[in-house]
Design a protein around this ligand. Structure first.
Ligand code: GDD
Ligand code: MN
Length: 382
């Protein structure tokens, strides 16, 4: 390693032999006027390490290789190992299959310096970016919905990040506490952003097609991602669920109580509904979204949108229940349970992304940063 190296480009690789030469050439040319190195962190089971060593001998940029015989933490673990092995001021993390264009690296570094950022994220979802390289409609759908869910669960930490799932970013090494990270699966950036308070900047990029070889994304990675989300932020969602459950019980008690003193069941249901919606709102304000109350809308707007959502959700859900029961053989209680479950998720998303939505505190300069394509996808859906 060169003692003056100020940039380390960390590339996690798993069986990427046919992509190494083109990647090294393009990174070298993008960073020809800097003191930079490429650090491959390789878990391959094929000849990728040999290919890397051969190319390192002729490359115009220093190329280092860490081959892990006993890989832990998958892709995220590899990135962490790279960060630990670097002494540069800035580390750039990117995939080894050229879906992340090396030509964007200077833009990432420039934005970091211009905006005094700790981390600069290459985003597919700011104006000028695109995710066309996602291979199928299904992958795109999974990517978009996990993006919405993740940002709903970390509204503050991700307020300036439109693409927490990207694997392409530049980070000022000293801003990270590597010991605090618990890498698992594919989403190291989410781990970093959720556990650290960093000044975030973004630049757009076009997620390209894989150059050669095969993607290592899988259903297993999808489940790992969900557990990661749960582990990072179980608090908000579980609190929301607990209060919702309490509200349902209170609803039934109030309704039963009113009926027992002779109130007509429809009127009793309306009163019980209204009382629990108001009580729910107050409890959510105090216990679940307390850290977000100072953000965004005032209390009456929050209350109004919450009330409107809950009322609308009840109407839509009841109508769907009617359709299902009248047109299928599915029992009403089963249908209602499924609809309540869907309603719960949508309600949580709506409250996180709309009612308690924090303002962006984004850096100045690049006007593209203010546009969030992902947010144009309606968060409520009801
Ligand atoms: N060292 C190591 N160990 N590298 C790995 C491992 C592993 O277990 N698994 C995958 N990689 C490497 C691949 O060789 C590639 O360089 C990079 O990580 C990304 O893997 P791909 O198989 O190309 O995944 P992808 O294209 O589906 O996912 C990429 O795009 C996602 C956004 O949609 C990755 O960048 C993800 O991080 C990103 O979230
Ligand atoms: Mn890829």
């Amino acid at each position: 390693m060169n003692s003056q190296t100020t940039i380390t480009v960390i590339v996690p690789t798993f069986n990427e032999a046919p992509n190494v030469a083109a990647l090294v050439a393009r990174v070298a040319s993008a960073l020809h006027d800097r003191s930079a190195e490429i650090l491959f962190v390789d878990d391959s089971t094929d000849d990728t390490p040999d290919v890397i060593r051969a190319i390192a001998n002729t490359a115009t940029i220093p190329v280092r290789l860490i081959h892990r015989d006993n890989p832990v933490g998958g892709l995220s673990g590899a990135v962490l190992a790279g960060l630990e092995a670097s002494t540069s001021d800035w580390c750039v993390v990117m995939d080894g299959d050229l879906q992340h264009p090396p030509e964007v690296i200077p833009t990432l570094l420039a934005a970091g310096a211009d905006e005094n950022a700790d981390i600069v994220i290459a985003s597919r979802y700011v104006r000028g970016g695109s995710s066309d390289g996602l291979s199928s409609v299904a992958r795109r759908l999974v990517s978009n919905s996990s993006n919405i869910l993740t940002r709903a669960m970390f509204p503050i930490k991700l307020r300036n990040c439109t693409d927490p799932m990207t694997g392409f970013f530049a980070v000022a090494r000293e801003s990270l506490d590597l010991a605090a990270l618990r890498p698992r699966g594919f989403k190291i950036l989410l781990e970093i952003l959720a556990r650290t308070s960093l000044v975030v900047a973004e630049v757009p990029f076009a997620f390209g097609d894989r150059n050669a070889g095969e993607s290592k994304a899988s259903i297993t990675q999808g489940f790992r991602f969900l557990t990661q989300l749960g582990a990072l932020r179980f608090g908000r969602l579980s609190g929301f669920a607990a209060i919702g459950a309490l509200g349902a019980i209170a609803n039934l008690l109030i309704m039963g109580g009113l009926q027992s003193v002779g109130v007509w069941y429809v009127v009793a249901a309306i009163i019980a509904g209204f009382v629990t919606i108001v009580a729910n709102f107050l409890l959510q304000e105090h216990f679940v979204f307390h850290d977000l109350r100072a953000e965004g809308r005032n209390v009456w707007l929050r209350f109004g949108s919450s009330l409107a959502f809950n009322g609308g959700e009840t109407l839509v859900r009841t109508f769907l229940l009617f359709l299902i029961v009248e047109n299928t053989t599915i029992p009403g209680v089963i249908a209602q349970a499924a609809l309540l479950a869907v309603g719960f998720v949508v309600r949580f998303l709506f409250h996180s992304r709309v009612v308690y939505r924090p303002r962006r505190t984004a850096a100045t300069g690049f006007e593209a940063y203010d546009v969030e394509i992902a947010d144009e996808v309606p968060a409520s859906g009801a």
